[in-house]
Design a binder for this molecule. Structure first.
Ligand code: AHR
Length: 653
């Protein structure tokens, strides 16, 4: 044991090491209101079978196998009683329909069709289900009996429709009914009564408790989890889905707006992407289309951030390119999207927005051109987009791709070239192991604040490795992201936006893990990583301020990471600290520059177990705890728990 002078010197050194200095008057950065956002892609049944609350799979018989999801049968069924017809109209978005010929049918066993839903249908006791169908009567006389059934055939809710219109065209009829039980994997049976022939299309069932009660809308619990984060932006629709496996299956926003029955379905690229996770029933109906994305962004107070195809299909797949001299329609799509979002109601696309129910503009301020595109072929196409968009809409900020990785040749070429081209914002993606995130808390310290800004557009710590099915959302991945994000916040003069990816995954139909939010047909929960994202977003602040220990940034030394901000709107100081070691750390934070209130808030997200996870059964296993903390004048004394993410929030006087 050290004694005398040596002991004293050692204890002074130890005390110094424990002192962190915050200068609340020394503003280092402006933190953008868009800083922490969300990334949505229709992957893992994120849209159809997920956020889009439609319960009927293949409602319009347009899947490439038109009967997929349906069983058609009954005791009296004869050859030709159920026919899938293709009207063949080349310009029709919805050419297939079901023709049912019914003869003396009286009971559910005589003639029926059953839809299996997206891995079943989630229905809730006492909740109204809204059924609708488009029909055309060839020979009137058929009544439709709609039933929700469980796996034993027990009826959980029912109603019937006798078509009221007999004209030649298509008509829509609706009925709603309550369920008498909660069942995560119900099926819907329709049995036919009477004599006659009827054509059916767009056979649809929605729960009535959609987000904001909108008919044909979104799953409220899933949107609520996003709204709870108060995200600064929402990026949509991806991701690789923007690019398509080939140009034919790229995301085309114009095909996702207008009446739902006229939105042409395509195969989802994740249907066939991974041989080890095939999802043959994964299609994009576009019931969740660009209008709905803009509306959701507005609802949750997030800036909309659409990403458009740059004239390039996924370079991991077909790598198809549109010849540069034929790129105009792609560029026009981008220009028209701005008109759709912001244009006057007398413009072509502004008018469509108004007809769809939103005459006021959506105030689109930024747009991405290309997702994970790379190489000179990307730069060549990007230049054409940039010139046209900036000429017509100079205030729209453009997000450009830096490829697939945060380093390497692809990244270097694009990062250098885009900065020379004075790109507004460069999109960086990193799917790496937790160690990478811990090590890279200083990544942006060396970036130039006077150059293009960064959008950390897709990132997630991988507990195993990228695209491994064994990746988990555990406390280690979340803690490493929390540590890394201190570096994003400290450099918020360079990093303007960040979003974890992917956002949603259905437990029975995912292709990619880890994901921020997991759902089944009735439940949803935020992972440990979600809790970190949410804490950052809810405790953002308006300006970064200086935080140092012994004159150095806290970016990994002694497994400690920190960032500090003030919020000019609420007049608060917000200090974020990550202790990534297995022992507690005693710290004294000395705050200069501003006086502090006598008490503040201490928010702690912590687990001793780095493998700890949230789950459907224990959604809040790792979740923030809030306590009061006494402030001693300018001193905040606290013990950072092992493996913890801590936020101190104090009013400034
Ligand atoms: O987030 C999953 C995928 O990862 C995205 O579609 C793509 O951009 C990235 O490679």
């Amino acid at each position: 044991m050290a004694t005398g002078l040596t002991g004293m010197l050692l204890s002074v050194a130890a005390q110094k090491a424990n002192i962190i200095t915050v200068n609340a008057a020394k503003i280092t950065t402006d933190i953008q209101p868009t800083m922490w956002g969300v990334f949505f892609e229709d992957i893992n049944m994120g849209a159809d079978g997920g956020l889009y609350a439609e319960l009927v799979k293949n409602r319009s018989f347009e899947f490439y196998t038109p009967q997929m999801g349906w069983k058609m049968g009954g005791n009296q069924v004869k050859e030709g009683d159920f026919l899938i017809l293709n009207s063949g109209a080349a310009d029709s978005a919805n050419p297939h329909f079901l023709r049912v010929k019914v003869q003396d049918s009286k009971g559910s066993s005589d003639m029926n069709i059953i839809n299996e839903g997206f891995r079943g249908m989630g229905i809730k006791q006492g909740l109204r289900s809204e059924f609708s169908v488009m029909y055309r009567q060839q020979q009137p006389g058929v009544t439709l009996h709609i039933e929700l059934i469980d796996s034993t055939g027990k009826i959980l809710g029912s109603s019937s429709i006798t078509p009221s219109e007999s004209g030649k065209g298509w008509h829509k009829q609706e009925v709603s009914f309550n369920s008498n039980a909660t069942e995560p994997k119900a099926n819907m049976r329709i049995w036919f009564e009477g004599n006659g022939t009827i054509d059916l299309d767009m056979i649809s069932l929605f729960p009535s408790d959609t987000w904001k009660g909108r008919k044909g809308g979104l799953r409220a619990d899933m949107v609520q989890l996003l709204a709870d984060m108060k995200p600064g932006f929402i990026r949509f629709p991806g991701g690789c889905i923007v690019e398509g496996r080939d140009l034919n299956t790229r995301y085309q926003w114009k095909k996702t707006v207008g009446p739902v029955e006229e939105r042409k379905l395509i195969i989802n690229r994740w249907n066939t992407e991974f041989a080890h996770r095939p999802t043959p029933d994964y299609f994009q109906t576009f019931g969740l289309g660009f209008y709905e994305y803009f509306q959701m962004a507005e609802d949750i107070g997030a800036e909309p951030l659409p990403i458009l195809n740059a004239g390039m299909a996924c370079q991991f797949n077909s790598a198809e390119l549109v010849p540069v001299e034929q790129i105009d329609p792609y560029v026009q799509d981008a220009l028209d999207l701005i008109e759709f979002a912001n244009g006057d109601v007398n413009t072509k696309w502004g008018k469509l927005r108004a007809v769809m129910g939103h005459p006021a503009p959506f105030n689109l301020k930024m747009m991405g051109v290309g997702n994970e595109n790379w190489g000179p072929q990307y730069l060549e196409r990007l230049k054409v987009f940039t010139k046209a968009i900036k000429a017509k809409y100079p205030t729209i900020k453009l997000i450009n791709s830096s490829g697939t990785d945060p380093n390497g040749e692809r990244y270097q070429l694009l990062n250098d070239s885009l900065r020379m081209m004075k790109a507004d914002i460069i999109d960086e993606h990193y799917y790496r192991q937790p160690e990478w995130f811990f090590k890279n808390a200083k990544r942006y310290d060396s970036y130039d604040a006077n150059s293009s800004k960064v959008f950390a557009g897709e990132y997630a710590a991988q507990s195993d490795h990228t695209v491994s099915v064994d990746n988990k959302n555990n406390w280690l991945t979340a803690l490493s992201e929390a540590a890394f994000m201190t570096g994003l916040e400290r450099n918020s003069d360079k990093v303007y936006m960040a979003s974890y990816a992917p956002l949603f995954a259905h437990i029975d139909a995912w292709q990619w893990t880890p994901d921020l939010i997991w759902v089944d047909n009735l439940r949803s929960y935020g992972t440990t990583d979600y809790q970190v994202q949410k804490l950052y977003s809810l405790n953002k602040g308006t300006n970064g301020v200086s935080i140092l220990q012994n004159g150095e940034e806290l970016a990994g030394k002694d497994s400690l990471y920190a960032a500090a901000a003030i919020d000019k709107n609420t007049n608060e100081l917000i200090v974020k600290l990550v202790n990534a070691q297995d022992k507690p750390q005693v710290k004294q934070i000395n705050v200069d520059g501003r006086k502090l209130a006598a008490t503040g808030k201490l928010i702690t997200l912590q687990s001793d177990d780095l493998k700890a996870m949230n789950s459907f059964e224990h959604p809040m296993n790792v979740s923030p705890k809030e306590d009061a903390i006494n402030i001693n004048g300018k001193q905040i004394n606290l013990t950072l728990k092992p493996y913890s993410f801590t936020i101190v929030k104090v009013k400034m006087m």
